[in-house]
Design a protein around this ligand. Structure first.
Ligand SMILES: CC(C)(COP(=O)(O)OP(=O)(O)OC[C@H]1O[C@@H](n2cnc3c(N)ncnc32)[C@H](O)[C@@H]1OP(=O)(O)O)[C@@H](O)C(=O)NCCC(=O)NCCS
Length: 195
């Protein structure tokens, strides 16, 4: 990741808050998935999904140890990033990541912000590699993965991205320290209280 990556955010000061979802946030996460439009659902799950599937999926995530980072605004989860642990081919635990941003907020930089936050979380767990899979026509997800230096492979209509986390980038740490400090400003605190 480079400085340009960290600087790329159209919603530098979003009205909501990016935070890890709590067990009690399951209904909010479920509602977020159910609000995804048909195309976003197809892009996210590589196929057609109905509400029952999404309800069961959200329940599984929250009961099987999946980490879910949410973008929370006015008491609603409007975007999410998930981290699912999977054994890698060499036996080292790694994680599959996935993203969902509601249509009205897409293409405004939120996916990038969720990605940055997820990477910090993944480093905290000690993962050295992340995987992301999407269908080959998903231009937004491919662009997002490339921005985070994923090495993309195209096979049988699918794109798999592998992100080597390696050692922590000090510029990334600085970015988050700055974000944490600016979060203490009165206007941001007011926003946080509103969530
Ligand atoms: C994929 C997704 C998470 C991206 O979130 P986002 O908030 O729209 O992404 P950002 O605004 O941060 O933009 C990320 C990159 O995608 C590009 N992008 C966004 N929407 C795009 C579109 N419709 N077509 C092409 N590129 C697009 C942006 O230009 C940016 O590229 P850059 O880094 O080269 O500038 C979001 O579109 C989404 O939820 N889609 C439906 C579900 C899905 O596809 N999930 C991914 C499968 S796991």
């Amino acid at each position: 990741m480079n400085l340009q990556t960290l600087a790329h955010t159209e919603i530098d000061r979003p009205a909501g808050l990016i935070r890890q979802l709590r067990p009690s946030d399951l209904p909010l996460f479920t509602e977020h998935l159910k609000r995804l439009d048909a195309e976003s659902r197809r892009d996210r799950f590589n196929g057609v999904t109905d509400d029952d599937f999404l309800r069961a999926y959200a329940h599984r995530c929250f009961h099987e140890g999946v980490t879910v980072i949410g973008y929370v605004q006015n008491g609603k989860v409007l975007g999410a990033a998930e981290l699912h642990e999977i054994p890698d081919e060499d036996g080292e635990p790694t994680a599959e990541i996935a993203f969902s941003v509601e249509r009205s907020l897409q293409h405004k930089g939120l996916g990038g912000r969720l990605f940055e936050r997820l990477i910090v979380q993944a480093r905290g767990f000690g993962y050295r590699r992340l995987r992301v899979t999407t269908h080959s026509g998903n231009a937004a997800m491919k662009a997002l993965a490339r921005r985070f230096n994923a090495v993309l492979n195209f096979e049988a209509g699918e794109t798999t991205g592998v992100i080597e986390l390696g050692r922590s980038d000090p510029r990334e740490v600085t970015h988050y320290l700055n974000a944490a400090l600016s979060a203490k400003t009165p206007s941001n605190m007011r926003r946080a209280v509103g969530d």
